[in-house]
Write a protein of this length. Structure first.
Length: 333
């Protein structure tokens, strides 16, 4: 049954390409689509084998910049010594170890020489148009702590710990975790959760479909997700902007807040907890929902769908809004 579906899809591709681009081009593109689809079905349920493992060492000569590209598998980056150490393992599914090795033989791991942009590590299949189905690469990389790191993953999880030179992670599909980074952190994920812990500089987190968890954050925070929840806990930030199109927001601050904060969601509840000593003007708006506060607000006003008031003298500002959901303001701790 599955094979008939694959063949039907290939025929549709063949005909559509033929109409648009000519018969020869159509046969080539549809044949590639058919080959990729069949390979995907062939590897479902097959056992996974380790087909290669290697460790390489890089001695950076210039700026400590590193870019890692991995289409599928895992990337883990840890602080190390003066050299960059790259350990990678290639896995493949197959009927047996020989079949798995055959499927993975097109995979190459390349390490570029030192350039003004730094080093790059890349897993790719240069002789194929598509990444072979059932094949993945796991990277474990140690770098000097001050390295400026960029990670690109397509269908892979990424975990970065203790890198001080700044971290940028872009993921198409996979979870991302960044821990104990004193430098700026920027993470984007099309489909997957984002976790950032212990960041001390600017933190930017952007997810299309996934939750965002930020904890023990000290710098400016920007967090946006189209479909997912946002949790900001144990945060000492004085500037944050958190928004979700569809999801709940929970924000707990640990340092007295007198900065600028904005939290909004179109469909979801919103809870903000402020510690003692906070000093800000609070404005909360909901179109369909309730607004509650267990904090003492002076100069409290309620007009139609908006409640406002002062915590302390009102030096800073905290704006909260939801189209469909409840808003709660609570004391932290």
């Amino acid at each position: 049954m599955r094979m008939r579906v694959v063949l039907a899809v290939a025929v549709v591709l063949l005909l559509s390409y033929g109409v648009v681009s000519g018969w020869s081009y159509a046969k080539r593109k549809a044949g590639l689509a058919l080959q990729t689809a069949i390979e995907g079905i062939e590897t479902v349920g097959l056992p996974q084998f380790e087909v290669a493992r290697e460790t390489r060492t890089i001695q950076p000569a210039g700026d400590r910049r590193l870019t890692i590209d991995n289409p599928t598998g895992r990337v883990e980056v840890l602080p190390g010594g003066a050299d960059i150490t790259v350990e990678f393992t290639i896995y493949a599914r197959g009927k047996d170890s020989a079949d798995a090795a055959r499927r993975a033989e097109a995979i190459q791991v390349g390490i570029s020489p030192d350039t003004p942009a730094g080093h790059s590590i890349r897993a790719h299949a240069p002789e194929r148009k598509q990444w072979p189905s059932g094949v993945s690469v796991d990277f474990k990389v140690t770098v000097p702590p001050q390295t400026a790191l960029t990670v690109h993953v397509a269908s892979a999880d990424a975990r970065v710990t203790g890198i001080a030179g700044g971290v940028v992670v872009q993921s198409a599909s996979g979870d991302v975790s960044v821990t104990d980074g004193p430098g700026p952190v920027t993470v984007s994920a099309a489909s997957g959760d984002i976790r950032v812990t212990g960041a001390r500089a600017r933190t930017n987190a952007d997810a299309s479909s996934g939750d965002i968890y930020l904890s023990d954050i000290a710098g400016k925070v920007t967090a946006h997700t189209s479909s997912g929840d946002i949790s900001l806990s144990q945060a000492a930030t004085q500037e944050f902007d958190a928004s979700s199109t569809s999801g709940d927001l929970s924000l707990t601050l640990t340092a007295p807040f007198s900065g600028v904060g904005e939290a909004r969601t179109m469909s979801g509840d919103l809870v903000v907890a402020l510690p003692p000593g906070s000093d800000c003007r609070v404005t909360a708006t909901t179109v369909s929902g309730t607004i509650s506060s267990s904090l003492d607000l002076s100069q409290r006003l309620h007009e139609r769908r908006t409640t406002s008031g002062l915590v302390g003298a009102g030096r800073g500002s905290l704006d909260m809004s939801t189209t469909s959901g409840d808003i709660a303001l609570r004391p932290a701790g």
